[in-house]
Design a binder for this molecule. Structure first.
Ligand SMILES: C[S@@+](CC[C@H](N)C(=O)[O-])C[C@H]1O[C@@H](n2cnc3c(N)ncnc32)[C@H](O)[C@@H]1O
Ligand SMILES: [Zn+2]
Ligand SMILES: [Zn+2]
Ligand SMILES: [Zn+2]
Ligand SMILES: [Zn+2]
Ligand SMILES: [Zn+2]
Ligand SMILES: [Zn+2]
Length: 449
């Protein structure tokens, strides 16, 4: 699918050149009227974070010196991380009284008495409680680089709701891909559940042992260390193919196709290893306006009405600063949505659809569905034969419902986004535009602060 005129070519990445984040992805874009393919980083969208770039037709001309530079870059990336050693340090730190436990944010490691001088003048977090050591996402500064990790953290209520859904469904083994809050909650509160965290943020090596955290890139299914890969497949095997679920909350700017490819791969591995037919239940947290893209890659997925709330994202939580219609973030899943119960105080049960829906959602007998997507009550248009946003009016010229102040006859074009030329959304819903607005808002806020 095209974004900004750039397509992802989804295929086996085995023969792709590597950057320090694992195998690169093959993209294609128009150059002087013809399409040309190139390899670029799977996860970093900014040249600053990872500047790997190689035209596919120049792959064979790759000079050995350039290949060496990338190889060195890869080694540099892995250096200084010995998970087992870090686990020993963690246990030493846990044995210290809280007053003596310190973590250096600049060096991303615990401060040991013998290396104290190394961290002079550094940003050191002191007096770490047991709770904090078990909930690193609550003490680490979120990596809010929206072009890479983009760490938006679930609110306490959303964390609990999600885990309750898992408990309700009888899931005992949870694969947390980029969802540290869910992992932390389960290991501290749910004795009979097992959780494993797969995340690209290597700071977690300091807080979770090798059986609990795997350094991983979900955009190319890459394990940074081979030990991590072994631990992951042992985990899959241990599940015996039952009572298991995967939850992922990728950065919103991330490409859908590679992630969908990863999830499909994990699902087949899960089935093959355990010799079972049933799919791995998957929960993908993403904004509602990405529904067309997700369904394009994973047609069997359905969007739940549950609005996911975040702690450090002003427009994604409740309260005066939030959006009027609540958070735009939803959960997409391959589990039958009729089996998923949402919190009774804020959601209701539609007896016709037999599923839990938002309070403002209304069952439409013509559509035979509860049709709201964005948190407002939709209204049915008999001419369009579907429910539409409440602010839309049917335009006889354009023969469809749309905004009142639109320019007639331009709608055929607006079926594609004016910004990125991709089908399925309009410019005002375009992620690229939203991302730009988010970054400039953040810059403004920083300037004010
Ligand atoms: C939007 S945050 C989600 C955090 C989640 N809401 C929580 O509270 O647990 C994205 C998470 O995915 C991780 N992440 C970002 N890019 C990744 C990648 N390519 N592979 C694996 N994890 C990634 C980040 O480090 C971060 O933990
Ligand atoms: Zn890279
Ligand atoms: Zn330091
Ligand atoms: Zn309904
Ligand atoms: Zn309708
Ligand atoms: Zn209409
Ligand atoms: Zn019109």
């Amino acid at each position: 699918m095209s974004r900004g005129g750039v397509d992802v070519i989804v295929e086996d990445l085995k023969n792709h050149p590597h950057c320090s984040h694992g195998p690169t992805i093959l993209f294609s874009r128009e150059v002087k009227g013809a399409r040309r393919n190139y390899f670029a980083c799977s996860t970093c969208r900014g040249r600053k974070q990872c500047n790997f770039f190689l035209w596919e037709d120049e792959k064979s001309k790759l000079t050995s010196s350039k290949a060496k530079v990338w190889e060195q870059e890869k080694t540099r990336h892995l250096k200084n991380i010995n998970h087992r050693k870090k686990f020993v340090v963690l246990n030493d730190v846990l044995n210290l009284p809280p007053g003596k436990r310190k973590y250096c944010e600049d060096c991303s490691e615990f401060v040991l008495e013998k290396h104290k001088t190394k961290h002079e003048g550094h940003n050191v977090i002191k007096c770490l409680t047991d709770y904090q050591l078990n909930h690193p996402s609550e003490i680490l500064s979120p990596a809010e680089d929206s072009k890479k990790e983009a760490q938006y953290l679930f609110s306490k209520s959303s964390t609990q709701t999600i885990v309750n859904i898992f408990i309700d469904r009888g899931y005992r083994n949870i694969i947390c891909v980029g969802t540290p809050r869910i992992h932390e909650y389960i290991r501290s509160n749910c004795e009979d559940m097992r959780s494993i965290l797969l995340d690209i943020d290597s700071r977690f090596h300091n807080f979770f042992g090798p059986l609990e955290y795997i350094w991983y890139n979900s955009f190319n299914h890459h394990f940074f260390f081979s030990e991590g890969k072994t631990v992951f497949y042992d985990f899959l095997k241990m599940t015996k193919g039952v009572n298991t679920a995967l939850i992922t909350d990728p950065p919103f700017g991330g490409r859908v196709e590679p992630l969908a490819f990863t999830l499909t791969t994990i699902n087949s591995e899960y089935k093959n290893i355990n010799n079972v037919q049933n799919d791995l239940p998957i929960f993908w947290v993403f904004p509602y306006f990405m529904e067309p893209q997700i369904l394009n890659s994973l047609p069997e997925f359905k969007m739940l009405d549950y609005k996911v709330l975040y702690e450090n994202h002003s427009s994604f939580h409740n309260g005066p600063k939030g959006r009027k219609q609540g958070s735009p973030v939803r959960i997409f899943t391959n589990v039958d949505s009729r089996l998923i119960k949402l919190p009774e105080d804020e959601y209701k049960f539609c007896t016709k659809c037999k599923k839990w829906i938002s309070k403002e959602n209304r069952h439409c007998d013509w559509c035979n569905d509860c049709t709201s997507k964005d948190g407002r009550t939709y209204v049915h248009c008999k001419l369009c034969k579907k429910c539409v946003k409440p602010t839309y009016k049917h335009c006889m010229e354009c023969k469809r419902c749309t905004q009142v102040d639109h320019k007639c006859f331009t709608l055929e074009f607006s079926k594609r986004c004016f910004n990125c030329n991709e089908k399925g959304h309009k410019k005002e819903q375009c992620l690229q535009v939203k991302r730009k607005a988010l970054i400039s808002n953040k810059k403004k806020k920083k300037r004010k602060a």
